[in-house]
Design a protein around this ligand. Structure first.
Ligand SMILES: C[S@@+](CC[C@H](N)C(=O)[O-])C[C@H]1O[C@@H](n2cnc3c(N)ncnc32)[C@H](O)[C@@H]1O
Length: 875
């Protein structure tokens, strides 16, 4: 038996439920028809289909999908069905004549190829009753089917496994050539439903009405129920006794004619019965009503427990049932029905044996159910706990009881890698440091002292205030360290991502190509070699330069070189666009909003380990001291420059850090050449890149069409996204924000259409080669024309010709000149060397003008050859 499926709650939401949702079917039952049709293929050839009990319309959807277009599909149900394309539906009870009339009016005198029936009354409390009316419903649908089906047609119906099943199948067999019962995989195992596919309708001229009369078809119901009484229901009652803790399904329903839930048997019946176990499993109470029974109740063997147990058997456990069975045996001996033959232990073993027989399959299934339920409950519990913790944390955050760092970061997240312990356990680290008395010393930068004191166990007395201050600084330092580490990890992650990103690689390759082309900013008087070194740029070249500068300090022409270097490094107070652009190439280290990289660098270099390393501190100080005006310095005032601004001079040691980083994101900025002004560049950029996004186009159109004013647009710019302070936020966060935290600008259809049109126009433009060829042609034509005109002038100048002759000659020349470049290609006729032309030498019959003989295979073979060559080349 397959894995048990839950019939309640989420157990219903199985694979087919999800599939139905995905594929737009109204009910998961749609897959039952799909699977039935896959097996018997009755829909593809059907031209007319009637679906009885069709709501909500899953089967109708399938029929409409699989049946040929223009076929007639009719759906009926008690409840109205939402419209489905190509399907006619109405609400009616299929057991009534009105329904029949409605169908008739719909299909006219057509005959249906397929009649479907998936009807099910509400299966609930009175199971026997339901099963019966289900069978009745089947019979009613069969009645309609035989009326509307065409000869050879198919009737598909759902039948519940019940005592009526065989009778129904018998009737089907009388009316159809082939009858097969099947359970499609999408039908739940726990469901008692089964589908009967009746094919090849015999369409007899006369059908005995008894075939369709429930009274006749199901008349031996009682007999069959009695016959099955010893079957599953007997097992059920036995199981009730041996596993009273488990609730059992009544697959067989209630006994025929006995619809009461409460059952009572006299004690005498229980004592005298040969099947006491069935009685214990089936009844609620054993009563002591007759005198004899009342006497038994007073006997010693009938203890108070036994009497109490007899009052309500439904609440008893296994032990109580055993006690009752023991009591029965004892009483039987007492009243002389039995001689003492068996020991009660034996009975127990017998009982156990019987138990094992009881529905072993069901036990397995129930065990599985139990295990599944337990696992589900455990998972649910865990989920609930996790949610509770999260909710609490959020509440605490809202009450400002904790920092947001708590959320989302697992304390022992492996992805954070090494160092997370001290990262997240600042308190612990602080405590251990304080214990060692090294915190304040660490804060004072006395690393050596701290190292020494590592071995020293004696605690050092410290001023309380100092300690608090120290711990604050320490905390800050740690936090900065943590941020630096996180930034490092994030950078590594980003570079890993980029490495994987093919687009990025292409971009980088292009950039590299651009960089190679870039020859740097040339000083008019700098020599060839210097230009090269500048052009190449890069760390190595700079190192070489530095070394050379250092060496050249002693050389004779040092002053000259120094001057060149200084000129190259120092910004001038030149207001020309070139100077402005160059100043842009230099990173403004003192920008009031520190960039992520500079902040990271600051944090990195703020670590104690860098303290005392020559030059670094100075650089840092200089970085801090530099101000915005730093770029507007007169070239003629080098001393001032050095005093006021921190651009390193060639003589200082700090020229190690004379880095002129290139702006990474926009190579175009670098191409600002002398003479161009900012506005022009801006305009060029707009014409090249402007209005490339649908949002930009929408805004532009709104502005042009006066749907929005400029002020409105400016006002729109002040939204919750525009005033976010980005200061001090980590780069990963800012990256994320830039991707996802931005206003959702409206995009109109018109804007999209305009953009598409623009793109189409771009696509329609010829490629460079074609354009060049066209231009060449035009140029040649122009030359020819000029030549012709010169000749015409010559003709005009001659006196040997009459005016008429001149005119004729000139016209000829001009015609020739005008037609230059428009030479019509001589058409070559292709003659395939097959049939009559095969093996022919010389001109084939009926072919005039230029021709070429081709082999029919030649083209294909040539292509194949080229393809192979290409593939080989690649390899
Ligand atoms: C299981 S649903 C049918 C699902 C349908 N095959 C589908 O795929 O959407 C059973 C339907 O039978 C209908 N039904 C039950 N008794 C009926 C009756 N006497 N006449 C018409 N419809 C009936 C119910 O209203 C219910 O919608």
């Amino acid at each position: 038996m397959g894995k048990a499926q839950k019939k309640t709650g989420k157990g219903r939401l199985d694979k087919y439920y999800k599939l139905a949702k995905e594929q737009g079917y109204r009910a998961r039952s749609a897959f039952k028809l799909i699977q039935l049709n896959k097996k018997y293929a009755f829909l593809e050839s059907a031209r007319c289909c009637i679906d009885l009990c069709a709501a909500p319309g899953g089967w109708l959807q399938v029929a409409s999908k699989y049946m040929p277009v223009n076929s007639v599909i009719v759906g009926v149900d008690l409840v109205p069905i939402k419209p489905i394309p190509r399907v006619v539906t109405f609400a009616a009870d299929i057991t009534t004549p009105q329904c029949r009339n409605l169908i008739r009016s719909e299909v006219k005198d057509w005959k249906a190829d397929v009649v479907l029936h998936d009807g099910a009354p509400n299966v609930g409390t009175a199971w026997v009753q339901d099963a019966y009316s289900q069978s009745e419903l089947v019979l009613m649908s069969l009645k309609l089917a035989v009326e509307f089906l065409a000869r050879g047609g198919t009737f598909v119906t759902k039948v519940f496994r019940s005592v009526d099943y065989n009778n129904l199948v018998w009737v089907f067999n009388q009316l159809f050539g082939k009858v097969e019962a099947t359970k499609p995989p999408s039908s739940r195992n726990v469901s008692a439903e089964i589908f009967v596919v009746c094919r090849d309708f015999l369409a007899p001229k006369y059908i005995d009405p008894k075939f369709l009369d429930p009274k006749h078809v199901f008349k031996d119901l009682a007999a069959s129920t009695a016959a099955t009484d010893k079957g599953t229901s007997a097992n059920n009652t036995q199981a009730n006794v041996f596993h009273p803790e488990k609730s059992r399904r009544k697959r067989d329903g209630y006994d025929d004619g006995d619809y009461t839930l409460f059952k009572k048997v006299p004690a005498s019946e229980f004592i005298r019965s040969n099947d006491p176990i069935s009685i214990l499993g089936a009844v609620n109470k054993i009563s002591f009503e007759t005198d004899e029974e009342k006497e038994w109740a007073t006997l010693d063997v009938t203890s108070a427990d036994v009497r109490a147990n007899c009052e309500d058997l439904k609440v008893l456990g296994k032990g109580d049932f055993k006690a009752l069975l023991k009591w029965r045996l004892a009483l039987r001996e007492e009243i002389g029905l039995d001689v003492k033959t068996k020991e009660t232990e034996e009975l127990t073993t017998e009982v156990v044996d019987v138990t094992e027989e009881v529905d072993e399959e069901q036990q397995i299934q129930e065990e599985l159910e139990r295990l599944n339920a337990e696992a589900a409950a455990r998972a649910k519990r865990d989920r609930r706990r996790a949610n509770e913790v999260k909710t609490k944390t959020i509440q605490r955050m809202q009450l400002q009881m904790t920092a947001p760092l708590d959320i989302g970061l697992e304390q022992h997240d492996a992805s954070l890698g090494v160092g997370q312990e001290d990262v997240f356990d600042l308190g612990g680290a602080e405590k251990s440091l304080r214990k060692q008395g090294g915190l304040s010393r660490l804060a004072n930068g006395n690393l050596d002292e701290l190292d020494e004191s590592d071995d020293d166990e004696a605690p050092v007395e410290e001023d309380q205030d100092d300690e608090a201050l120290d711990s604050e600084e320490e905390r800050e330092r740690k936090a900065q360290q943590l941020e630096a580490e996180l930034d490092g990890l994030y950078d590594a992650y980003q570079s890993r991502l980029r490495e994987r990103d093919a687009k990025y690689k292409v971009k980088e390759a292009r950039k590299d190509a651009n960089r190679e082309e870039w020859t740097g900013i040339r000083e008019p008087d700098s020599d060839e070699e210097d230009e090269e070194s500048e052009a190449d740029g890069g760390w190595d070249k700079m190192e070489q330069n530095k070394a050379r500068v250092g060496e050249s300090d002693d050389s004779d022409d040092s002053d000259e070189e120094e001057e060149v270097q200084r000129k190259r490094r120092r910004p001038t107070k030149d207001n020309s666009p070139r100077a402005a652009k160059r100043s842009r190439l230099v990173t403004k280290l003192d920008d009031s909003k520190p960039t992520a990289a500079s902040r990271t660098a600051q944090v990195w270099f703020s670590q104690d380990i860098f303290k005392g390393i020559g030059g670094l501190d100075d650089v840092e100080d200089e970085v801090m001291a530099q101000d915005d005006d730093g770029m507007d310095v007169d070239e003629d005032e080098p001393e001032d420059l050095e005093d006021e601004h921190d651009m390193p001079s060639p003589d200082s040691d700090d020229d190690d850090f004379d880095i002129v980083p290139q702006e990474p994101d926009d190579a175009d900025d670098m191409w600002d050449v002398e003479g161009e002004n900012e506005d022009e560049i801006k305009q060029a950029r707009i014409s090249k890149y402007g209005l490339v996004t649908p949002e930009a186009m929408t805004l532009a159109q709104q502005l042009v069409n006066r749907e929005k004013t400029r002020t409105q647009m400016i006002n729109d710019g002040f939204n919750r996204y525009s005033l976010n302070s980005k200061e001090g936020l980590p780069s990963w966060f800012l990256d994320d924000e830039s991707k996802f935290y931005k206003p959702n600008l409206p995009v109109t259809k018109e804007a999209m259409a305009a953009l598409r049109a623009k793109q189409r126009a771009l696509d329609a433009r010829p490629i460079k080669k074609v354009a060049e060829a066209k231009a060449r042609k035009k140029f040649k034509a122009h030359q020819q024309l000029e030549k012709a005109m010169k000749k015409a002038e010559g003709v005009n100048a001659t006196s040997d010709m009459s005016e008429k002759e001149k005119a004729q000659q000139i016209e000829k020349l001009m015609r020739k000149g005008m037609s230059a470049g428009k030479k019509a290609k001589k058409e070559i006729k292709v003659v395939v060397a097959k049939g009559a032309h095969k093996g022919l030498k010389g001109r084939p019959k009926g072919v005039k003008g230029r021709y070429t003989m081709v082999d029919s295979r030649m083209k294909k073979e040539l292509r194949a050859k080229k393809r192979k060559e290409k593939a080989n080349k690649k390899r």
